[in-house]
Design a protein. Structure first.
Length: 395
């Protein structure tokens, strides 16, 4: 019985980890194919388009996942109606206007692809709360694998006649396949009752989570935007490949925590401290292992050179998140989302400010110093804030 219970606890962690990692791993493998088999500059352009995609969908998601997971735990009898209110309101008020605006800034052909990526990502993201609530991590993982298969099969099929335009088509088809599969997985959730589901008050209620998600997204992508402005496309592609691996390592803490969010919200402060300490110790091992794998990939798979100090900085970039991941959810429990948002804004300011100062003289090393400094500063802020909460509770 003990073995069965342990297996039941471990399975959601493992499947959620693979599901969460799948898009990033797929993107990394795709970047290998493009940079090694075709042109690195092509991947630099794709990174630019992905930045726009992530920014628009980051805004349009409006804190959808984190807000709904908390609401589902409070009102489980209204899960489907809550999901539809969130989906319809964000679709009509945010997504449609944002997608139309794109056509004023990009060529029509590029914009059609980009708009499709954004719409598909919006729909797929909308099901993340449902996946977490029903714990359908295995089914969601299969969907991600299917999406990656579409791109892989397309490259193999058209290998000798591949063009940049065809690569965009493959990405578009993969996005559409992924979205259609998620719709097929959750037909009971989709009501599309526009008159009863359109509620502007929902946007106000979930605004703190939207600001939190947006600042978190900007904080992780700010360095890419500065590099895009100051360095060439080849350097942008190299930096994006390196930091994508770092993000994979850093977010491992979230993969361990997310399947048990409902339980995490009920834990007392002492248990949160114990969990954060254990995750930090585990993080040291995962960071060292992950950076070793990254070294092998950079030098022997991508054949892209990298300095030793990149890996040293990468260790301190990844490690803080293992400690403050459960702390952040504890702050959510205390309804201190605004504090978390302010800390994210501090991280953005440090990252952008140091990037602008250091990228020209130091190149990629300067960008890594900026990003790592931002993570360490945020770690200090969470330690101070968490300690302050403890003192106030004692008093």
């Amino acid at each position: 019985m003990a073995v069965i219970k342990k297996h039941q606890r471990l399975l959601p962690v493992v499947t959620n980890a693979f599901f969460s990692l799948a898009p990033s791993i797929g993107n990394q493998l795709f970047s290998i194919a493009v940079t090694r088999l075709f042109l690195p500059e092509w991947w630099g352009i794709i990174v630019e388009l992905q930045l726009v995609q992530y920014l628009v969908t980051g805004i349009c998601s409006w804190g959808n996942k984190e807000y709904l997971i908390r609401e589902f735990s409070l009102f489980p009898q209204f899960t489907i109606s809550l999901w539809n209110v969130s989906f319809i309101t964000r679709l009509l008020v945010l997504l449609l206007p944002a997608t139309i605006i794109l056509f004023f800034f990009f060529p029509t052909t590029i914009c059609l692809h980009l708009a499709t990526w954004i719409i598909c990502r919006f729909v797929a993201q909308s099901f993340e709360a449902a996946i977490n609530f029903e714990k359908k991590f295995t089914s969601a993982l299969i969907v991600e694998i299917l999406s990656a298969f579409v791109v892989s099969a397309g490259i193999l099929l058209f290998f000798h006649s591949i063009t940049f335009e065809l690569i965009l088509v493959l990405i578009t088809v993969a996005n559409m396949t992924r979205t259609a599969a998620f719709v097929f997985l959750f037909p009971a959730w989709i009501k599309l009752e526009f008159r009863t589901s359109l509620k502007i008050d929902h946007l106000k209620a979930s605004l703190p989570f939207m600001l939190l998600a947006l600042t978190g997204l900007i904080q992780t992508k700010a360095d890419l935007a500065v590099i895009d402005l100051l360095l060439d496309k080849r350097e942008l592609a190299r930096y994006q490949i390196f930091t994508n691996f770092l993000v994979l390592i850093r977010t491992a803490s979230s993969f361990l925590v997310y399947p048990f969010l409902k339980n995490l919200y009920r834990l007392p402060r002492e248990k949160i401290v114990t969990l954060a300490t254990k995750l930090l110790l585990l993080g040291i091992l995962l960071c060292l292992t992950g950076l070793g794998v990254l070294f092998i990939f950079m030098h022997y798979v991508y054949r892209l050179s990298g300095q030793f100090n990149w890996y040293a900085l990468g260790f301190f970039y990844c490690l803080p998140g293992f400690w403050f991941s459960p702390i952040i959810f504890y702050l959510f429990k205390l309804r201190m989302e605004k504090k978390v948002t302010l800390i994210n804004l501090l991280g953005i300011a440090i990252s952008i400010g140091l990037c602008l100062l250091l990228i020209k003289p130091l190149g990629i090393s300067g960008a890594l110093i900026a990003s790592t400094s931002a993570q360490l500063a945020m770690w200090v802020c969470y330690v101070l804030l968490f300690g302050k909460i403890n003192k106030e509770s004692v008093c």
